[in-house]
Design a protein around this ligand. Structure first.
Ligand SMILES: [Zn+2]
Length: 457
């Protein structure tokens, strides 16, 4: 191999690099080698099923859109071995992807610890609309199963199993199920420390009272304690019906319900936010995210799944995905189109500058599906929905710029609720697509202004 350490212009990428091989820099040389390896993977590939071939194709399409790295070739070769030996079951959800990911563990550790081959396939399937759930939901499911494994009593598990079955049947969200498991796990651990047994059925009213006393001395908030109490009350009521226990020990317990409050931003901070979004020098994406939450009451889920198109006059037309509704979800369920208004002038100008930015950005994002997400990834990847943690990060950065401290999407949206119910009338919120029950909360609940976090002296 000829090596020349002097800086020269690479034949392939024309950048000044150390020339590594045949007039090419190391990166270009690597790309070439990996491309060859990928061709070899494809040419004598004997998949165990047509579906396996389909999954492999998705993987190859995905990585060929990226800068090829040696790690990807290794992943492709590992996949080939698996796909030739085993028939992969149809992937219908992110959970299926997570199961495959855990089972085969094809990580691209050279490059990024998170670069799992099956997750790449999952992102492709999501982009194609085959699996609708976000990666986050997959993470939740993983957490759910992990929690379930931590229980030690078989009897407790039987009880939990029947309870979770009931929650699922009544369409409670996965998040709710995880919260139940976490509380119950805490209870089991407490029992094992304070009782001769860790069986849930051993709890009497007296033991239950002691448990809550311990929680209080743990400096937990009243809200938290009340939520734990409500959950256990429900769990034991189910146990009573299913004969797992004779009497619900939480029945006679007196845990008072804290007064709920709606936390929101101060008028001064709201003014600053408006000053920021009206300012033409502000980053159009940051300004638009703030406007869509603060003025139009969009949730972060709405935002990450929204699709964008344009009206003839240049206004933005935002398609909001209809969300699967769960019982506890007090949010909104709207599958509708939001066409941003022409007036005031600043909102129209913001749309124009966002459109300009977005179109340019879209050119450098790979588009393999016919989808146009409202928010685009900042690194040069695919135009698929962002993870909501990414959105939260962008919003925090935006509010840092605008008011000097970072605000969560929830707090900003609550502020939208408060602004829109100033006259004790929630109809403005229902017009935004919020459920009437959730909107009404803004009329009667106590309010609390949240300011920037206090710095320690
Ligand atoms: Zn090069």
């Amino acid at each position: 191999m000829i090596m020349n350490k002097a800086m020269k212009s690479c034949d392939q990428c024309a950048r000044q690099h150390r020339i590594f091989h045949r007039g090419r820099c190391l990166r270009c040389h690597e790309q070439e080698l990996v491309a060859d390896r990928l061709v070899r993977v494809e040419t004598n590939f004997l998949p165990a099923s047509r579906y396996n071939k389909y999954l492999m194709d998705l993987f190859l399409v995905y990585i060929r859109k990226l800068k090829l790295r040696a790690g990807y070739a290794c992943q492709a070769e590992s996949l080939k071995v698996i796909f030739e030996q085993e028939k992969i079951k149809f992937v219908g959800t992110w959970q299926d992807i997570y199961i495959l990911s855990e089972k085969y563990q094809i990580w691209d550790t050279n490059y990024r610890a998170t670069g799992c081959a099956f997750k790449k396939i999952g992102r492709m399937l999501q982009g194609l609309g085959v699996i609708g759930h976000s990666e986050e939901e997959g993470r939740n499911l993983k957490q759910f199963e992990k929690n379930l494994q931590l229980f030690r009593s078989a009897q407790n598990l039987v009880w939990i199993d029947s309870f979770i079955g009931m929650l699922k049947k009544s369409n409670r969200s996965l998040r709710t199920q995880i919260i139940y498991l976490q509380y119950l796990k805490h209870l089991e651990a407490w029992l094992s420390r304070n009782q001769p047994t860790y069986e849930f059925k051993s709890i009497t009213e007296k033991i239950a009272a002691r448990y809550f006393n311990d929680l209080k001395s743990d400096f937990r908030s009243q809200n938290h304690i009340y939520s734990i109490f409500r959950n256990f009350h429900k769990f034991y009521r189910w146990g009573e019906r299913g004969n797992y226990i004779d009497k619900n020990p939480f029945e006679g317990l007196n845990i008072s319900r804290p007064i709920p409050k709606k936390r929101h931003l101060s008028e001064e901070d709201v003014k600053k936010l408006f000053r920021f979004v009206k300012d033409k020098r502000s980053d159009p994406e940051q300004a638009l995210i703030i406007v869509l939450i603060l003025v139009f009451g969009m949730t972060k889920e709405d935002l990450v799944h929204a699709q964008l198109s344009f009206l003839q006059d240049g206004r933005l037309r935002i398609l909001i995905r209809k969300k699967k509704k769960t019982v506890g979800g007090k949010g909104i369920s709207r599958g509708h189109v939001l066409e941003l208004p022409m007036i005031p002038q600043w909102i129209f100008e913001l749309q124009l500058s966002y459109a300009k930015w977005w179109k340019k950005r879209l050119e450098s994002v790979h588009q393999i599906y016919d989808r146009k997400p409202l928010l685009l990834p900042h690194n040069n990847l695919y135009a698929v929905s962002l993870d909501s943690t990414v959105l939260e990060r962008r919003l925090k950065k935006a509010t840092m710029e605008a008011i000097g401290w970072s605000v969560s999407s929830r707090l900003l949206r609550n502020t939208c609720g408060v602004i829109n119910t100033r006259s004790n009338d929630a109809s403005a919120l229902t017009k935004l697509g919020w459920s009437s029950k959730y909107s009404f909360d803004y009329v009667w609940l106590q309010r609390e202004i949240v300011g920037p976090p206090q710095l320690d002296k």
